[in-house]
Design a protein around this ligand. Structure first.
Ligand code: FAD
Ligand code: DLZ
Length: 534
């Protein structure tokens, strides 16, 4: 019996009708393969909301493709004979359909690319890996950008992207407003009385309800609350989330981009990364739409530029670094940090108001905005000296938008300085003072942000100075750290010794699995209703 023409694989983060591997599809003789597999759902303990989002979005996408007459071979997680891996499912599909060739789209992980290359070598039929042109910059283009540069910096790459793609430029090719970057205007705390827009959520339909039942059955031991579930699961819903942001969030995005506030989980952020990263939203269309809002006078330049920089700049830059430096990047550990990640990352019981708020929110929503990830959970892991691989494992597991190409450079480069300054020029280490300035967490915390030693001292304070002192040899020569090291030189020796002793006690208590510091007298800790890790 004759086989089919082309077998076209679509992965869970490739849910885009114009995907490279779907181009040229012949409805009469091609088959699209999609598979829910345990290996992808379990190689880190993904948040149940992320698994539900992906499985439901995959099922909706498959249904939409099939509705246009495409033959979709969809393998559900609990289907008879499901081998549990993408490799196994591709090989089973080849047995079922006996295709003449295979079409793939470049994946989002080194691990999966290696698998695809093995298929090219082993399957005995033509296997093409097509460029993923949903991004602005190809890995080859990024390599050309990096070649010959002593240092990589977001700013130069971002300007190149603006010029190449003609974004926010005057007719003369100059940056709109005369500056490339308005970051200095984007550091306000949330003022009293300003209410961010509510988040747009969706009621689960019958497809999502089936998936929720499956995820409840198979993944309830993973960190994270499955319900209430309100994520978008179709391109139309994801677009509604983005339109909601354009209408209610964008104008203030710039001003309050770095703010944090107790009980305010999304502020003026777009909450679109889960959809951009799985293909329900198109990054190029998003950038064009935000530029149009600026040109129509509905969004100020600092907001539009700040937002576009995140997508055309950071998102592309971290992907470029990932493909430039993998697989070694995942093993980088420039600061020689080896402490296990404290258990409270999984329980939310650190006793520190900011950490427990962000971890509690992460558990409920599988979402935290950038400054929460960078300056609370990230900053703490950095100054505590956690093992970068353990930190990366946590971030990959707990967020709905996490895929290694974007998560790893943010963790190893931006947060942990494990790449020695390849991605960013200095570590984002900060004491409690920064968190106090940008949020109201300290007002709700039982630790005292003004204290660095003794009863009730904020751990961010003594851990910060311990971090600075213990990394003197590696960081003091960095011009961007000069001020900090000048302050350290001038610091009273006894004060520094007391803070370092406090840090040493903290490390010992953590290693013993105890609460970080003896709880100061004060009101009892709020219960977050969190359970210990499984
Ligand atoms: P907004 O603040 O509204 O920004 C708009 C978009 O810009 C985002 O949707 C995202 O696509 C992009 N963006 C913003 N900052 C970054 C960045 N640093 N890197 C890449 N894209 C960016 N983002 C992910 O998409 N997946 C991850 O796994 C991820 N892990 C992170 C881990 C750490 C330690 C840190 C510090 C940041 C991480 N980020 C990650 C970046 C950023 O925190 C999220 O993209 C953002 O919080 C998503 O929320 P939003 O859609 O509301 O973003
Ligand atoms: C994240 C994820 C999950 C949870 N499950 C699946 C799956 O069952 N099938 C699938 O094709 N993709 C899944 N994904 C996304 C993949 O992990 C992702 O494609 C790779 O990590 C490459 O980015």
């Amino acid at each position: 019996m004759a086989g089919i023409g082309t077998l076209r694989l679509v992965l869970g983060d490739q849910l885009t009708p114009s995907l490279a591997s779907l181009r040229g599809l012949d409805r009469d003789c091609d088959v699209v393969l999609m598979a829910e597999v345990m290996q992808e759902a379990g190689y880190v303990p993904h948040h149940p909301k992320k698994i539900a989002l992906l499985f439901s979005a995959m099922r909706h996408f498959a249904g939409e493709l099939a509705g246009t007459g495409v033959h979709v071979d969809y393998v559900r997680l609990d289907a008879d004979g499901n081998s549990g891996s993408l490799d196994g499912e591709l090989r089973r599909a080849i047995d079922r359909h006996r295709p003449r060739r295979i079409e793939l789209t470049f994946p989002g992980e080194w691990r999966v690319l290696e698998m695809m290359r093995a298929w090219q070598a082993e399957l005995g039929l033509p296997v093409e890996i097509r460029e993923d042109d949903r991004f602005f910059c190809t890995p080859a283009r990024f390599r050309a950008h990096a070649d010959g540069r002593r240092q990589l910096r977001l700013e130069f790459f971002y300007r190149e992207m603006r010029r190449t793609h003609g974004v926010l430029l005057t007719p003369d090719g100059e940056p709109e407003g005369g500056q490339w970057n308005y970051d200095a205007d984007n550091r306000k705390a949330l003022p009293q009385g300003l209410s961010p827009p509510p988040r747009l959520r969706f009621l689960p339909d019958h497809i999502t309800r089936d998936v929720l039942a499956l995820v409840r059955r198979r993944f309830s031991h993973h960190f994270g609350d499955l319900e209430p579930f309100g994520f978008a699961v179709t391109a139309a819903q994801a677009d509604a989330v983005f339109q909601h942001f354009l209408r209610h969030g964008l104008a203030r995005f710039g001003d309050y981009q770095d703010a944090m506030a107790e009980g305010e989980e999304t502020l003026f952020h777009a909450v679109i990364s889960p959809y951009l990263n799985c293909g329900l939203l198109d990054a190029k269309a998003v950038v064009r739409a935000v530029e149009a809002e600026y040109r129509a006078g509905r969004a100020p330049l600092n907001a539009a530029e700040g937002f576009i920089r995140q997508i055309l700049g950071w998102r592309e830059y971290v992907r470029g670094i990932y493909w430039l430096k993998m697989p070694d990047y995942a093993r980088s550990n420039h600061l020689d940090s080896h402490r296990p990640l404290p258990d409270f990352y999984w329980t939310g019981r650190s006793g520190m108001g900011c950490l427990d708020a962000v971890i509690g929110q992460t558990r409920r929503e599988a979402y935290a905005h950038h400054i929460q990830r960078l300056m609370v959970t990230g900053n703490f892991a950095l100054i505590y000296g956690a093992d970068p691989a353990a930190v990366a494992h946590w971030y990959l597991a707990v967020y709905a938008d996490a895929y290694e190409w974007v998560e790893l450079p943010n963790v190893h480069g931006m947060v942990m300085h494990a790449d020695g300054g390849l991605l960013g020029s200095k570590p984002y280490a900060a004491s409690g003072k920064y968190i106090d300035r940008m949020s109201d967490h300290c007002r709700h915390c039982r630790f005292d942000v003004t204290r660095s030693t003794g009863d009730g001292a904020c751990p961010f304070n003594f851990l910060y100075w311990d971090f600075i002192a213990r990394n003197r040899g590696r960081l003091a020569g960095n011009p961007r750290m000069a001020m900090v090291y000048k302050t350290l030189e001038r610091m009273d020796g006894e004060k520094l010794a007391a803070m370092r002793a406090e840090a040493a006690r903290f490390f010992t208590a953590q290693a013993a699995g105890a609460e970080p510091v003896p709880p100061p007298s004060g009101p009892p800790q709020l219960s977050l209703g969190l359970e210990p890790p499984s």
